[in-house]
Design a protein around this ligand. Sequence first.
Ligand code: COA
Length: 387
Amino acid sequence: MKTKNIGLRGIEVADTRISNIDGEKGRLIYRGYDIVDLTKYSTFEETAYILIYDQLPTTHQLNEFKSKLSDARSIPRQMQRNMSNWRKDADPMDMLQAFVAALAGYYDEEFSTKEASYDRAINLVAKVPTIVSSWQRLRSGEEIIDPDPSLSHAGNFLYMMSGNRPDPEVEKIFDTCLILHADHTFNASTFTARQVASTRAHMYSASSAAIGALSGELHGGANTEVMKMLLEIDKQENVESWVKERLSEGQKIMGMGHAVYKTFDPRAQVLKEMSRRLAAKTGQRWFDMTEGVETTTMSEMKLKKDMDIYPNVDLYSASIYYMLGIPVDLNTPIFAISRSVGWAAHIIEEKFAEAAPKPALYRPKAVYVGKYCGPEGCEYKTIDLRG
Ligand SMILES: CC(C)(COP(=O)(O)OP(=O)(O)OC[C@H]1O[C@@H](n2cnc3c(N)ncnc32)[C@H](O)[C@@H]1OP(=O)(O)O)[C@@H](O)C(=O)NCCC(=O)NCCS
C-alpha cells in the first residue's frame, strides 16, 4: 500500500461554518449551537433555518420560512405518474436519487446566484418527504396523499406516508430524529454533495449524488441494516450469541463504531432515550434488544481486541422508526429527508463562500500502482496480433 491518505481520513479539505464534531468529547454543534439544546428547545424547521441561513430566526423569519416550506411540498402530478412506472420492489433510495435529479427537469429555475440557491434549498427540503411518501403509497397500491399545510414538516411526512395524523408525542419524537440527522460535517454524502457542487453543478444534481452516497450500508444504509439485524436476531435471548458469533467471524455489527467519535455519539444518546420511551409506550422488545447489541458488542470488542467501540446514530434510530410503523427500507430515505438540509447548506457554502480561503474544485492525487513497462509505456499490440 503506497497511498498515505486512504479515505482522506484526517485530511482538512475546506473551511466550514456549518457544523463541528468534537469526537473526543462527543459533542456536535450546528452553527455554534449544541444539538442536544436544539433537540430540547428547537424544531426541525427552526434547525433547518439555522443551518441554511446561519442565524437564529426571528418569529417573523421562522413563520415565513415555514410557510415557504409548506407551500413547496407538492410535487408535479407528472412526476407521480412517472414514479408509477417503476418496479414496485425498486429500492426507495434509487427512486429518491432519480427523482431529486429529475426536479431540474420539472421546474425552470435559476441556480446561479446565492439568493436563488436558498429558494432551491427550500424546494429540495420541502419535496424530498413528498417524493418518499408518494413512492411508499404507490408501491403499496394506495392513493398518494397530498401534503397538509397545517402540519409540521415531521407531522406532515408521517401523515402523507400513513394517512393518519400523528399524536403530538410521536410527532415530537420524529421531529427530534430529523433534527439529529440534519448535518454532520464532511461525512461521505455531504462531501459528495460538496465535491459535485465544487464543479458548479446545481443544487439538485449535487443532492442527488449525495443520496447515492448515503444509500451505502457503511453510511446511511446502516440504519436499515440494523433493523434487518434485529429482525433476524428476533428474540432478546438470542442477542448475545448472535453478536458474539458475528464478531468471531470478523463481521461488523451495524450501528456500532464511528470514523470520528471516539466516545458516545451524542445523537445516539438522545435516540436511545427516545427508543426506550417508545418501547415503554408500545410494549415492544426492540429497545431491549438494541441495548443488548450495544453492550455485547462493547464488551466483546474490549475483551477480544482491547478496543473501545460505541453506538452510532443508526443503532437506535432503527428501532424508533420501526416502532413508529415505518417500513424498514424507508429508514435511509428518512435520513435523506433530514440530511437534505445539511447538503443544501454545504452546497451553498461550497459554491458561494465569501471569505478566503474559498473552496476549490476537488482534485485529489491518485497513487498509480498499475501495470508499468518502463518510461516509454507498454507496447500496444493490435487485436489481430493478440490471437
Ligand atoms: C463507521 C465505520 C466505517 C468507521 O470505521 P473506522 O473508524 O474507519 O474503523 P474501521 O472500519 O477502520 O475499523 C477499525 C477496527 O474496528 C473494527 N470495527 C469498527 N466498527 C466495527 C463494528 N461496527 N463492528 C465490529 N468491528 C468494528 C474494525 O473491524 C477494525 O478492526 P481491525 O483493526 O481489527 O481491522 C465502522 O465503524 C463501521 O463499519 N461500522 C458499521 C457500519 C455503521 O454503523 N455505519 C454507520 C456509521 S454512522
